[in-house]
Ligand binder design. Structure first.
Ligand code: LMR
Length: 398
């Protein structure tokens, strides 16, 4: 039977990571996958997480199943982190949150739940969006449409075009919006733009479906959740998928959550029950360890403060590397302006290179970036920066 299966082309992101690993060039630079790396090109276990791990291991007495939706304390802490402690929807008990196996499972779970509620639902995705949004969502059978998002001339959000396209999104539609640190383009919505989109949703009846994978990497933990908090205050329904892979450095632990803001507190247990029923049919229940570390950090003020400082330091390093890259290329006399990189947020930006230039970066310089010319800024450090600047300024001459 299995001989009928064709081999697929490698995943555009994970395939490139593997290719870079095989490259023997000592100068190679991996700017492919979105993982945070420190100045020594290492993805560390965060200090707060390491300490939480020690405390958790000392207190753990059993490996018996945990509640399928996560512990009550985990859910409470996650809700506070995403929505803010005194959010009206939280006070009204209108948020159904369940633990999920990372941001990916959260997105898939959300789409399946949406399909149960409305088999004709349609999700509008930004063009461009994270490539894995397509398989995670469309494999549930949900319809997908695109809305324009990035203007490659101005290197910012093409908001007018976004809004005029989303005029066509109505009741029964969901609009997937990146909470902050847009993946892949790094161009984020302003607070004013979040408010305009909220008015559009009020007028036309679509439901925001917000993906937050980088809370704290854009402006701050609170600012990056602004859109979620604002929309959840002013709209009856909002779906929020959340990942702790990046801001807790828990990539391989698969820790995340799904929250559904509902219009009436009476619906909260039903939505929770349906979401858990969907999960039961896929992975039954999420792993405990990563979520326990998040819970331990968020429940202990000393660890929480430590984690806040670490997230701030990670963000500041990324911001510094954004400036260093743009300025470094300019200092080489390059006639292409890359200063827009300084205006963008989070781990990613498009360099605006052609596929040939992206290929030359790889073949001539062993610099690995996604075909779309997306770079993961977090892979830049003072050690590889001069080589990277030279490589980019050389390939843009082609
Ligand atoms: C990325 O976009 O590089 C990350 O979100 C990692 C992934 O799984 O694709």
């Amino acid at each position: 039977m299995f001989e009928t299966l064709p081999t697929l082309v490698p995943d555009p992101i994970l395939g490139l990571v593997a290719e870079c690993k095989r490259d023997n060039n000592p100068n190679k630079i991996d700017l492919s996958v979105g993982v945070y790396k420190d100045e020594s090109n290492h993805t560390p276990v965060m200090a707060a997480v390491r300490e939480a791990q020690i405390r958790y291991l000392e207190s753990e007495t059993s490996k018996v199943y945990q509640p399928p939706g996560g512990t009550e304390n985990f859910i409470g802490k996650v809700n506070e982190l995403i929505f803010g402690e005194s959010h009206p929807a939280l006070k009204d008990n209108r948020i159904a949150t369940v633990q999920a196996t990372g941001g990916c499972a959260s997105l898939h779970l959300a789409a399946k739940l949406i399909m149960r509620a409305n088999p004709d639902a349609k999700v509008w995705l930004s063009d461009p969006s994270w490539p894995n949004h397509f398989p995670l969502l469309s494999s549930t059978g949900i319809n997908i449409e695109l809305y324009p998002y990035y203007d490659s001339e101005s290197h910012s959000v093409s908001f007018d075009k976004m809004v005029s396209t989303l005029e066509n999104a109505g009741a029964g539609d969901l609009v997937l919006i990146h909470a902050s640190c847009h993946n892949p383009c790094g161009a984020d919505l302003t607070k004013e733009q979040w408010r305009i989109l909220t008015e559009l949703a009020q007028k036309n009846g679509f439901v925001p479906f917000i993906d937050m994978a980088y809370q704290g990497f854009g402006l701050s933990l609170d600012d990056d959740a602004y859109g979620i908090r604002y929309m959840s205050e002013h709209l009856p329904e909002v779906v929020v998928c959340n990942s702790f892979s990046k801001n807790f450095g828990l990539y391989r632990e698969r820790a995340g959550s799904l929250s559904v803001v509902v219009s009436d507190a009476q619906q909260t247990p039903t939505v929770m029950n349906q979401a858990l029923n969907v999960a039961r049919g896929i992975y039954s229940m999420p792993p405990a360890h990563g979520a326990a570390l998040v819970e331990t950090v968020l429940s202990n003020p000393d660890l929480r403060d430590m984690w806040h400082s670490e997230v701030n330091a990670m963000r500041e390093r990324i911001v510094a590397m954004r400036s260093a890259l743009a300025d470094g290329i300019a200092a080489l006399g390059c006639d292409r302006d890359f200063s827009f990189i300084k205006q963008q947020f989070g781990m990613f930006s498009f360099l605006g290179l052609t596929e040939t230039q992206v290929d030359r970066l790889k073949t001539d310089y062993s610099v690995y970036i996604i075909k779309s010319s997306r770079i993961s800024v977090a892979g830049i450090n003072p050690g590889n920066l001069p080589y990277l600047c030279r490589a980019v300024s050389e390939v843009v001459k082609l």
